[in-house]
Write a protein that binds this ligand. Structure first.
Ligand code: NAP
Length: 317
């Protein structure tokens, strides 16, 4: 029976499903592995089920030397914490969990859009602080989303799920920037670059993967191109956005507001960002619902099962 490390706290029934198939060591912790733990995981297990924050950088594979491990079955669709080229060079297969995360993450994007546009975080803080004096016609006016234009940077699975919600739910026009033209089941206008897109939209949403190719894809030039009434939403990965440039743009009123689920140096959130009334800040809640996390876990376990049965893995990266 293959020996597997489950590297993080997971829903109970996912752990039980893995235990029925493998000799499982369960790392009972919500925190990422230390570097020493990651090196040991590659030496001591046939397969590892890691997740966000477990930084399998190239030097971790190099230090581990002769590896027992043959597969990293990532829990989650984003795998920018794994150096996939180094893993492959070391003979490992890497898998992820596309699809299971899509609707829940799109829902969090909508949550952030509505909260930022309608000043919900600011309003909630006002009520909790006992500062609310009562309704009046020109109090805390925000941006009305119905009929406005959303711009999606990265029209993949999650980008399309957000666009559908905006188009069919809110009557919004959809525009996007991506490397390739997409066959979409709703009307959408493609722009040549994030900057060109930014100039045309009322809400700009980022939904590209993290990693070297998209590092700081969104920075000062994008914020400068946006309308001063526009809102910026990031549910992708923090390092896609130049966070200092975003803070400048929010402080100076270059844009109206931002809704963030992810941060450049997560879980660190800069005090300047926390001080801003026009920023909605969530603690990476994209897929945080039990049934969604169970689906993600089952997909990761299914990748392990197929691999050790000698079948093609369902979700190679
Ligand atoms: P996906 O289907 O692969 O979509 C990503 C899109 O980004 C692709 O359609 C691609 O479009 C575009 N893209 C990829 N590389 C790019 C690059 N170098 N420059 C510009 N565009 C690029 O992935 P997904 O399932 O929608 O997930 C997207 C990301 O969301 C994940 O990688 C993950 O990091 C993040 N995520 C966050 C949460 C959360 O909890 N907040 C949850 C799930 C996922 P083109 O090829 O046409 O350019």
């Amino acid at each position: 029976m293959p020996k597997i490390l489950i590297a993080r706290n997971l829903p109970d029934n996912v752990v039980a499903e893995a235990r029925a198939l493998f000799d499982v060591d369960y790392r009972d912790s919500p925190a990422p592995m230390s570097r020493d733990e990651m090196v040991a995981s590659l030496r001591d297990y046939d397969g590892v089920l890691p997740t966000l924050g477990d930084l399998y950088a190239a030097d971790v594979f190099a230090e581990a030397g002769a590896l027992r491990c043959r597969i990293l079955a990532n829990f989650g669709v984003g795998y920018n914490h794994i150096d996939v080229a180094a893993a492959r060079a070391a003979g490992l297969t890497v898998t992820n969990t596309p699809g299971a995360v899509t609707d829940a993450t799109a829902d969090i994007a909508m949550t952030l859009m509505l909260m930022s546009a309608r000043r919900a975080g600011e309003g909630e803080r006002l009520v909790r602080a006992g500062g609310w004096q009562g309704w009046h016609p020109v109090q805390m006016l925000g941006l009305h989303l119905s009929g406005k234009t959303v711009g999606i940077v990265g029209m993949g699975r999650i980008g399309q799920a957000i666009a559908r919600r905006c188009h069919f739910g809110f009557g919004m026009a959809v525009a996007y920037a991506s490397r390739s033209e997409k066959a979409l089941d709703f009307p959408a206008t493609r722009h040549a670059s994030p900057e060109a897109l930014a100039a045309k939209v009322d809400v700009l949403v980022v939904a590209v993967p993290g990693g070297a190719e998209t590092h700081h894809l969104i920075g000062e030039a994008v914020f400068a191109a946006m309308k001063p009434t526009a809102h910026f939403i990031n549910i992708a990965r923090g390092d896609v956005v130049h966070e200092a440039a975003l803070i400048d743009a929010l402080e100076k009123g270059v844009i109206a507001g931002a809704g963030l689920d992810v941060y450049e140096f997560e879980p660190a959130v800069p005090p300047r960002l926390m001080a801003l009334e026009n920023a909605v800040l969530l603690p990476h809640l994209g897929t945080a619902a039990l049934e969604v996390r169970e689906d993600i876990g089952r997909m990761a376990v299914a990748n392990l099962r197929a691999f050790f049965a000698g079948e093609d893995v369902p979700n190679p990266v």
